[in-house]
Ligand binder design. Structure first.
Ligand code: FPP
Length: 248
């Protein structure tokens, strides 16, 4: 019996976010170059997107490239960028066939032109799809996103378009790159690191966190189901007591 059969469809997260970590170590263990790890990570992306879409999850956010990743060796950055272009190009027909809508968050202007163009092309082509929304976090870091939002709000206050007393959580959220995307109920990180690493700091405020020792290229649909089952065994209280939740 697959873990899938045990999943309660009515209690799935609406939004699942994933830090795909461990590609480099996966490659090193095999005496391969880090880029081989990223290449094999693409298959795990495929399985996860397919698994999430089949289950009917509404949003899947994947941390594909962080602001800090720009500090990696140049050949790895170039390798990752061409892998992204290739994956976007190759996967667009599958995204269309599976009714998946692509979005991207992060400092997209800092991406190479070719990546930006391919990305925008697929975002436009899939914009009317109504199934899973796949959100790629690219050149993303949460502190960058928060400072970017603060800057935009400060400009509006300065120009008189926004009164300081009107700045509230919902105004702040509408200036984040995730504006319009609900907060994740579950965040998964692979590779045995138990950190959030500058990912969705605001949006993960009430999320359940799930950590697995598997390196990202070893992450499969079955592992996704396992994480979802673990999530379903938890009680989400949002600061309330168990009794208060049971009374409702
Ligand atoms: C982390 O592993 C992974 C990344 C920085 C990149 C993730 C990219 C992919 C899986 C490929 C393309 C993505 C898409 C969406 C098609 P790491 O290099 O930090 O591993 P390490 O911690 O072992 O060094």
């Amino acid at each position: 019996m697959s873990f899938k059969d045990k999943i309660i469809k009515e209690r799935l997260p609406n939004h699942l976010a994933i830090i795909m970590d461990g590609n480099g170590r996966w490659a090193k263990m095999r005496g391969e170059h880090r880029i081989i790890g990223h290449q094999n990570g693409v298959e795990a992306v495929r399985q996860t997107v397919e698994g999430a879409a089949e289950l009917g999850i509404s949003y899947l956010t994947l941390y594909a490239f962080s602001t800090e990743n720009w500090n990696r060796p140049q050949d790895e950055i170039l390798g990752l960028m061409s892998l992204l272009v290739e994956a976007i190009e190759n996967e667009t027909p599958t995204l269309m066939k599976n009714n998946v809508r692509l979005k991207a968050i992060g400092d997209l202007e800092s991406l190479p032109e070719e990546v930006r163009e391919k990305l925008q092309g697929t975002i436009d082509n899939t914009a009317k799809n109504t199934g899973l929304t796949l959100v790629l976090a690219l050149s993303y870091s949460s502190r960058w996103e928060i400072m970017n939002a603060v800057g935009k709000i400060a400009e509006k206050v300065h120009s008189g378009d926004l009164a300081p007393e009107d700045v509230n959580e919902s105004i702040f959220e509408s200036h984040l790159t995730t504006s319009g995307i609900p907060d994740p109920e579950l965040m998964i990180r692979t590779s045995g690191e138990n950190r959030i690493s500058n990912f969705l700091l605001w949006q993960l405020a009430y999320s359940e966190l799930y950590f697995t020792d598997l390196f990202w290229p070893d992450f499969t649909k079955e592992e996704l189901y396992k994480a979802l089952l673990n999530y379903q065994s938890r009680e989400r209280r949002f600061g309330k007591t168990s009794e208060q939740l049971n009374d409702n």
